[in-house]
Design a protein around this ligand. Structure first.
Ligand code: HEM
Length: 330
């Protein structure tokens, strides 16, 4: 800034302006008009008469040319229009004038979020549906790529024993309910449907362990062999007493009747998925009711097709009676 002495000289006190306050301050800071003139002479090349620190400041200002600086001349000959104003107020006023001449600032600002959201997106979508392009362009705002699947991070597959255990404890689909072998917890079933006896499960898994070579497939293959599994040379007529005698005990065969047909269940005992003990319960008697309570979906005709002994007849009409009748006919 120019020294305050320039203000005192350039804009005289008789100039009515808002700079009067500054001029008074300038005069107060200096010793008077004489001292100010001495400073100006020093600036114009005249011999300085003192080492005043304030007089040296204008020398350092390269913008001040002695030829263009009118302040060395008497104040009455100076054209006020050519005198630049160095006061702070003048400088501020000039800036304000420049700002006044500038167009008003845009509102919202050209780079504001309001303007960005109000302007249509290049995709033509409404702003609410458009992707946050400005944010998406920043790498920090992008979704992280999916982590690579490493085999070591995967859970180990269940062991074969574990998978078998799960399968055994859950009901198989489309196979109907499992038999209730324990004591009844509820009394919702009719008395006829409730099991009369509690059946022990052969193992903790609730699945009967069949001996090797006695799987359902083994039984199917045995039936396909068309070997006579009935234990009789030909179909016979079976009386109720005859059926009762074949109860599978003490080395006797196990017969069971189903809807008028008599089957030799003896060879099927080790193949029965429900266990030999379960199947023995119907030995020597009609097993249809118990059979249907446990697994009505099982086709006993196909399962025991090669085990047919004969047909149920009334007492006194059994094989012996029939044979005698045939003998009588002969
Ligand atoms: C001769 C007559 C019978 C035949 C041909 C027979 C056949 C079968 C067959 C094929 C299965 C397997 C069913 C499946 O997996 O869906 C089975 C399971 C079963 N059977 Fe029999 N059965 C007979 C009699 C009986 C009787 C009288 C009882 C009980 C008193 C019984 C109790 C069971 C039980 C509890 C199962 C379920 C085994 C399991 O799911 O682990 N079965 N039977």
């Amino acid at each position: 800034h120019p020294p305050s002495t320039w203000k005192a000289k350039g804009s005289t006190a008789d100039t009515p302006s808002s700079e009067g306050e500054h001029h008074r301050i300038a005069r107060d800071e200096n010793t008077g008009r004489k001292a100010a003139d001495e400073d100006l002479r020093g600036q114009l090349g005249a011999a300085p008469d003192s080492g005043n620190s304030q007089s040296s400041q204008p020398k350092s200002d390269s913008s001040l040319s002695p030829q263009s600086t009118p302040k060395a001349t008497p104040a009455d000959t100076v054209n006020p229009l050519t005198i630049p104003s160095f006061t702070l107020d003048s400088q501020d006023n000039s800036d304000e004038d420049d700002e006044d001449n500038m167009p008003p600032p845009s509102f919202p600002a050209l780079n504001s979020a309001q303007r960005a959201s109000a302007s249509p997106l290049p995709t033509g979508l409404p702003p609410s549906m458009g992707p946050p392009q400005s944010k998406a362009s920043e790498p920090s705002q992008l979704m992280p790529p999916p982590s690579r699947v490493v085999s070591s991070n995967l859970r180990p597959l269940p062991s074969p024993n574990r998978s078998l255990h799960v399968l055994s404890t859950s009901p198989l689909p489309n196979r109907g309910p499992l038999p209730n072998r324990g004591p009844p917890t509820t009394n919702t079933l009719s008395p006829s449907l409730q099991p009369t006896l509690a059946v022990k499960t052969p193992n903790a898994r609730g699945k009967v362990l069949l001996s090797p070579g006695h799987s359902p497939l083994d039984w199917a293959n045995l039936q396909k062999s068309h070997s006579n599994l009935s234990g009789v040379p030909s179909l016979i007529r079976v009386t109720p007493s005859m059926l009762k005698q074949h109860n599978g005990r003490k080395g006797k065969l196990a017969w069971s009747s189903y809807e008028g047909k008599v089957y030799n269940i003896t060879p099927y005992l080790p193949f029965h998925p429900g266990g030999e003990g379960e199947l023995r319960r119907v030995a020597g008697k009609d097993g249809r009711k118990l059979f249907m309570e446990v697994h009505p979906w099982v086709n006993w005709e196909n399962m025991l097709g090669e085990c047919v002994v004969g047909i149920m007849v009334a007492e006194g009409e059994g094989q012996d009676a029939g044979r005698s009748e045939l003998e009588d006919m002969d």
